[in-house]
Design a protein around this ligand. Structure first.
Ligand SMILES: [Zn+2]
Length: 257
């Protein structure tokens, strides 16, 4: 049976909630340019595939995805849809409030849109915990893959780079066009890096200006990184690492009573 709430009748939803140990997953992504080779929905697909595989092993309930993210810097390419972060925080708060009313009080937000969504997710999560008495965890693949990204030989987190592209090649090969990919290697920028995996001193993240984003878009169609080094087998290992850790987080919440 599908893990998705929207696929169930209300009676089936009640049974699934009962069996879930109170855990709901809300996949969140973005619809934004991802270079010449990946679909606009990449960040949402990443969150969706992780949610599906972890829910299958644990019985967690998965809400319909929040397809949109905060993407002002990607408006330089067509198809990008950006939603104001305060709207996203309110929307996600209302989803949490609704599922909590039906007994899902342990919430995992999967963030497929990396560092950009985290800002409003933290504001939403804090408010939900304070006002609704729920527990909220933010599960971000970039933070949750530090142990494995280096071992797989991937470069730093960029955009539509080899990490994201390998993952997509493994899970959604029919949506990828690797033959069109163009590299835009990430240069070391001490103090200015915004890579969550960067281990040295750094400033905090601010979404790029349109001028900066435009320059990147001109170099390699919006890619930052080296997608031509992508490999679906590495994507599989990366995916399994993320699912294993997501399952561990769900089980921890389920066992917390
Ligand atoms: Zn992405």
């Amino acid at each position: 049976m599908s893990c998705w709430l929207q696929d169930k009748t209300w009676e089936d939803a009640a049974k699934a909630i009962e069996a879930s140990g109170g855990v709901a997953i809300i996949p969140v992504g973005s619809v934004e340019q991802h270079g010449y080779h990946l679909p606009l929905g990449t960040d949402s697909y990443v969150a969706i595939t992780l949610a599906e595989d972890a829910a299958e092993q644990t019985g967690a309930v998965v809400t319909p995805p929040v397809w949109f993210g905060w993407s002002p810097h990607h408006m330089v390419r067509p198809g990008t849809i950006t939603i104001r972060p305060e709207v996203l925080a309110d929307l996600t708060y209302d989803i949490i409030k609704s599922v909590a009313a039906h007994g899902l009080k342990k919430i995992i937000l999967i963030n497929g849109h990396r560092i950009v969504n985290i800002i409003w997710m933290q504001i939403c999560a804090e408010r939900a915990q304070r006002e609704l008495g729920v527990t909220v965890k933010i599960y971000d693949p970039a933070y949750m893959s530090k142990d494995i990204v280096g071992k797989l030989g991937f470069g730093p987190v960029g955009h539509a780079e080899e990490v994201e592209s390998s993952h997509m090649l493994c899970r959604y090969p029919e949506l990828c066009h690797l033959e069109r990919a163009k590299d835009n290697p990430i240069k070391e920028t001490p103090l200015f890096s915004v890579d969550p995996c960067f281990t040295h001193d750094t400033l905090c993240y601010v979404p790029s200006t349109l001028e900066h984003a435009r320059k990147n878009a001109e170099i390699a169609g919006g890619t930052a990184g080296e997608p031509t080094k992508s490999d679906p087998e590495k994507g599989r290992i990366y995916h399994e690492h993320l699912v294993k850790n997501l399952v561990a987080v769900i089980r921890m919440l389920q066992e917390a009573g």
